[in-house]
Structures are given as C-alpha cells and as structure tokens.
Design a protein around this ligand. Sequence first.
Ligand code: BGP
Length: 481
Amino acid sequence: MYSAKMPEGFLWGGAVAAHQLEGAWNVGGKGVSVADVMTVGSATKPREITDGVLEGKNYPNHSAIDFYHHYKEDIKLLAGMGFKAFRTSIAWTRIFPNGDDAEPSEEGLKFYDDLFDEMHKYSIEPVITLSHFEMPFNLAKNYGGFTNRKTIDFFVRFAEVCFKRYKDKVKYWMTFNEIDNQSAFNNDFLMATNSGILFKDGMTDEEKEAAMYQAAHYEFVASALAVKMGHKINPDFKIGLMINYSPVRPLTPSSEDALLADKFEQHRDFFSDVQVFGEYPKAIEAYIEKHGYRPDITDEDRVVLKEGTVDYVAFSYYQSTTVSSEKVSADELSDLEKSVAVNPTLERSDWGWEIDPVGLRLALNHLTDRYHLPLFIVENGLGAYDKVEDGKIHDPYRVDYLKKHISEMEKAVAIDGVDLMGYLPWGPIDLVSAGTGQMDKRYGFIYVNKNDQGVGDLSRTPKDSYYWYKRVIESNGTDLD
Ligand code: BGP
C-alpha cells in the first residue's frame, strides 16, 4: 500500500462534537439544545424531534458517554495514541443556556478552560467548532433559528465570548459544522441541526428551500462577522469553514448525467464558495432569482461577506455521490437527494454509506484547485458494529477503511501537492451517532461500554485499531500496516 511521510507539524488526531459525547445535558447550568430534543433512531428509523424534552422518551445525547465527567481519563487515552490535535465543539448551551441570555455562564466557560488545559498538558492542540448541531432550543423554537436575522447577533456574541476567553488556548477554529448539509432542505433532521429550523407540517418544498437559503445567508453573515472579529482578537487565529464534501460523479457516460453531476456539485460548493470568495456564485444567484425566493440580503451583508473570508477549508469525507438524470434533469434540480443513485462499483457500510477511498483524493484535489487554501480533514471514518470477545475488540474492518483512506490522502499530499493541515478521523472514542442517535454505530479506537438501549458501565477499552493508529502517528504516516 502506498504511504508517504506527512509534513512536519502535521496534525494527526481525531474529532468529536460536544453533544455527542459530553452528556451532563442539564449539569453546570447547561440549557436545552436541539440535540437534547432528539430521540434515538436506527439505521431504518429516523430520530424524532420533540417539542421540548418530554417524559418517557429516550434522548441519547442527555447522558452520551459522560465525557463531561470522564474527560481527564479520555484525553489521557487519546494522548496514548500520540494525538497532536483533538477537535471538539463548545456546547453553545453551556455558555448561553437559552441563546439570548444577557451574560454567559461562568460554569460553562470554566469547563472548557479545564478541558483545553488538560489537552495542552499532553501537547494536544484543540481544534474548535463553534456550532456543531447544538443550537439552543429556545432560539430554534422561539426565534425560528437562523431564519431570523436576530440569531446572527446571538451567534456572534457567543463567538466573541469564546474567542476572548480562549484566545491563548485555542488557535484553530471553525464556525459552522457541515454548513452545506442543508442543501438537503427536505430533511427535517438536517435543517433542525444545521440551522435550528423546525418545519411545520404541510410546508411545501419551495417554502422549505426558501427558508434554507435565508438561513444559509444569515449563517454566512454570522460566520464572516465572527472571522473578522476573531482576527482582531488574536491575529494568529486560524478560522476555517467546514463542509461535508462528497465528490459527485455521473452514473453513466451520458452528457445529461455529467451536467447533473456538475449542477449538483455547484449547489453544494455554493456554501464554501461564499465563505472563501466572499460572494455568491452566479449560478446560485440565478437559481434563487428564477425560483422567486428573494432572501433578505443587504448591500451591507455583501461587504461583510467580503471582509470575513476564511483562512482554511475543513471538511468531512465519508463517501462520494453518484447521480442519475433518469428521474431528475439538471434544470429541475432542487431536491438534490432525488438524483442520488447507487454506485455499483462500491461496497457499503452496515448503514448503507458507500466506501470510496479514492474519493478522498478526488476531494482533496477538487478543493485545492477551487480554493487555493490549506485544507484540513476534520472527519472521516467507518460506523460499524463491534463485538467484545474476552474483553478485546478486534476491528480489522475499521483499520482497513482508515488505512485505504490515509493512503489516498498521502498520495494527494506527496504526489498532487495538496497543502493539508491534518487528519482528524471521526469519533476516536465511541459516541452517540448524530444521524441515528445510536451508540452501536461505532467509529472509535476506544470502545465505550454502552449500547443503544443505554445499558453499560461506560468503561473504556482500547480496540486493536488503537494500537494501529498509534503506529501510524508515530511514523508520521509511513507505517500503515
Ligand atoms: C457528520 C457529523 C458528525 C458525525 C458524522 C457521522 O455529518 O458532523 O457529527 O456524527 O457525520 O455521522 P453519524 O454519527 O450519523 O454516523
């Protein structure tokens, strides 16, 4: 298998999000977030979003893996693999429990001070997402999330408090996790998690899409204001955007499929285009105009977008996307998901996610050519069922997946000249799945004893992959076997 030494200072590590591992949902003055009103689902059953926290429902994020109380033990285990960086988010509701509070919560701020100190003890660089699917529920329910211009101010205030408090502890920041996911505007879960939009029954596709463009715009403005302010607070800050990048390819060699693939990509790249170039791509302006959506975009907003462009492009990569024009033509493209086809050349995970290591090299090349900025892989990995046998977890499938992806990543750096900051695979310690709320969909190098029913003593056990990833990091990417 191809391998190459990564550049000096390459950030090897892993990535998580506060709501998926911290638990302690109502401890330390924390308020209710959108993640706290999502029930457990499964590979086939979507999570339910309830109107507040209801009696008798199973909300897996409430206790998660109780990282809030176990973080010292967990950081030590991650340090044992030689982690150089660890990505997590700051739970917005630990700092502003309702989002519109006048003052931040000192107890919440102190928790992250202690967490970042613990990371620095092992020379682990914190990589911090400000908003990772955990908007205060109050902002979603009573303000309409990011469909409301006021939410920009709430977010920017949250960002300011975090930037000022942690200016000497955190250098790498991201504003919104997977901001492009909302191109799937028909998906209630993604719209609630990304933008705090709780759709009412009976809304049409057009109404949902219009709401998405409005929310996305206010998020762009909020992100740009935060970037600009962050650079003033500490000029050494590196502040990036974050997208869920998936190279799109046509199912057949037909020009119709090729055009559809390009159009699909245009609609996804739009989110990073605005944050990198500080302006809307022509095709998207035309699309919005044609559909008569008229989002509130002021001239002042356009100036802000130009002034707050990002320093790097972070992305998650799980799978590529294949599209077919059999059901949807490029000119009718609105609900992108309807054009997605099964790629017959790829294998799939137990949750139906296509496995495509070469797609990661395509992603790295595409984003480099388009943006000319440093890239950062801040999520990648395989969600899989694990079995404990005699207290051990043998997970060759996980090693196989990661090895192939790392090898393609190393080709992109060593052969294609991609400027890559680091590699942070998803969920280095088992945690609650964002999409399904399950514990049994596991990504970790470290096993956490808890199942979908919430049963388990929460003990932590390194899997075989733990020792493998340790060797990868020790060798700076040359030892993949
Ligand atoms: C990304 C999210 C993460 C994470 C990951 C895996 O979309 O940014 O929060 O959870 O996907 O997805 P899942 O947890 O559904 O397996």
